[in-house]
Design a protein around this ligand. Structure first.
Ligand SMILES: [Zn+2]
Length: 112
């Protein structure tokens, strides 16, 4: 048994477990009850976070490579904001980058 992943987010732990399982690496989630208790997560230290263990220690490097790839994809999705299309200010008609919440020219808040 070897620890390959831990996160305060239980869903991430399940995604990693399924990712490893899909690649033929048997994995188990531990501490999965930890954030079923309302508000409990805020009192939980990292050593009690939901954790993913694999039973075959010899595949740890392979498992960690898959997880690294998964985390890279996850952060790539988060940075998609910078590739969203620009928006046009309803007041002055100026074009603004997707990341701007107010018009750079006249200060009008963005409309959704
Ligand atoms: Zn404007």
């Amino acid at each position: 048994m070897i620890l390959v992943f831990s996160s305060p987010d239980l869903d991430s732990a399940y995604v990693v477990r399924d990712l490893l399982g899909g690649n033929g690496i048997a994995a188990q989630v531990f501490n999965e009850n930890v954030n079923r208790l309302p508000g409990a997560l805020f009192n939980v230290t990292p050593d009690a976070w939901p954790a993913v263990y694999i039973s075959d220690d010899s595949r740890a490097i392979e498992a960690k490579a898959l997880i690294a790839e998964f985390e890279e994809r996850a952060s790539a999705t988060e940075s998609d904001a910078s590739t969203k299309p620009p928006w046009t200010c309803s007041r002055c008609g100026e074009e603004n980058a997707a990341t701007f919440e107010i018009c750079w020219k006249c200060g009008e808040p963005r409309e959704d």
